[in-house]
Design a protein around this ligand. Structure first.
Ligand SMILES: Nc1ncnc2c1ncn2[C@@H]1O[C@H](COP(=O)(O)OP(=O)(O)OP(=O)(O)O)[C@@H](O)[C@H]1O
Ligand SMILES: [Mg+2]
Length: 348
């Protein structure tokens, strides 16, 4: 399978007004294949949106690039000139739907105008009529009512506005789509429609691969092939969506999964746990495991020794593609979880 996006050891940081550095994406690597989608989960402030912005290779203050490589469909874009990225990468190679994008649509412009602007900015020679025909066909393929094209953003419902934003962002059929919390601000039925649209874009080959960012894990289970959990700027666990939701390995992922309800059979009576505390301040490089201060399974060594990603092995069995960050091996972790089960059922 062809790689649409390859990120190798990417590190980026914010520079604050006090000239401090906040390292929000720290040595992140992953590969997104053609036809595949990866979900990125993690609580607020763990670096999901910063990762989304960083993989586009388009930096402006206060966000800066430090090191690493970004390759889209075999072409490295890491050190391209920002103007070149804007004109020949964004929109066509990689498209980004920012968090809360639908609220940023200029309310006094018709939807078709935003699309005409995109064609113009990319120097695509089409008359207004040709653009309209192309866009109407695209709207038809995606089951979006073409009348939306002649409406102002302010006239659309939240769900329809978000669908319009998604259609506008993907109009040039990007190889990679990054959707940052695309459905978080919507009611449940609008959420479903937006997710269906994203799935349709993939199924119809309009978008070749997708990164879907959310803190709502049940959504990822139904939408993406794989999930990566992010914590304090690092990827701390990865695996298939099913493995990640139903069998998380390290304590943070487990806490994250246990703080939500997956609407599946057998989850009634499931005890919800919140993760105590807050993520560490990234102005200083955390020492030891980044989660140790909040982890009930941490010991003194966890506070001192940092941990890299390791492959999942349980009772001698390998789980290809599955990695996690924790000093404890899986057999130890699972024994600790099992010993803890009576406490959890009592709600402790
Ligand atoms: N402009 C900025 N200057 C300094 N630090 C920033 C800036 N923007 C974000 N950060 C810090 O970077 C870290 C990651 O933020 P980011 O927005 O990527 O998190 P997130 O996972 O997307 O959170 P959310 O779920 O709330 O959207 C946070 O600790 C945040 O405080
Ligand atoms: Mg965010």
């Amino acid at each position: 399978m062809k790689n649409m996006l390859e990120i190798k050891n990417l590190t980026t940081f914010y520079k604050t007004r006090m000239n401090e550095e906040v390292c929000s994406v720290d040595n992140v690597s992953f590969t997104l294949e053609e036809g595949k989608s990866i979900g990125i989960a993690g609580e607020s402030g763990c670096g999901k949106s910063t990762l989304a912005m960083s993989v586009m290779g388009y930096y402006f203050p206060p966000l800066y690039y430090r090191s690493g490589t970004i390759i889209i469909d075999g072409n490295e874009i890491t050190n391209l000139d920002p103007d070149k990225i804007r004109t020949s990468v964004l929109g066509t190679e990689i498209a980004y739907i920012p968090q809360a994008a639908m609220n940023a649509l200029n309310p006094t412009r018709k939807i078709i105008k935003f699309i005409e602007d995109i064609f113009q900015a990319h120097g695509i020679a089409k008359t207004k009529q040709e653009v309209r025909e192309f866009v109407e066909e695209r709207f038809n393929i995606l089951n979006l009512p073409p009348k939306v094209l002649d409406q102002y953003a302010v006239e659309l419902s939240g769900g329809m506005k978000q669908r319009a934003v998604i259609a506008i962002s993907t109009i040039l059929s990007p190889k990679v789509l990054i959707a940052d919390e695309p459905s978080s601000a919507l009611d449940v039925s609008s959420q479903k429609i937006v997710i269906k649209l994203l799935k349709d874009l993939m199924a119809k080959g309009i978008v070749k691969s997708m990164l879907f960012i959310t803190h709502e894990l049940p959504l990822l289970y139904n939408v993406t092939d794989d999930i990566m959990v992010m914590y304090a700027g690092e990827i701390v666990e990865r695996g298939s969506a099913k493995e990640m939701v139903f069998d998380p390995i390290m304590p943070y992922s487990k806490g994250l999964m246990n703080s939500i309800i997956v609407p599946e059979e057998g989850t009634r009576g499931h005890v919800l746990q919140a993760i105590p505390g807050a993520p560490p301040n990234l102005k200083k490089k955390p020492v030891g495991c980044r989660f140790h201060e909040r982890c009930k399974y941490a010991d003194e060594t966890c506070a001192k020794e940092s941990v890299g990603e390791r492959s999942a092995v349980l009772a001698g069995k390998d789980f290809p593609g599955r990695t996690y960050r924790c000093r404890h091996n899986m057999d130890e972790l699972y024994a600790m979880y099992e010993a803890d089960l009576p406490n959890l059922l009592d709600g402790k």
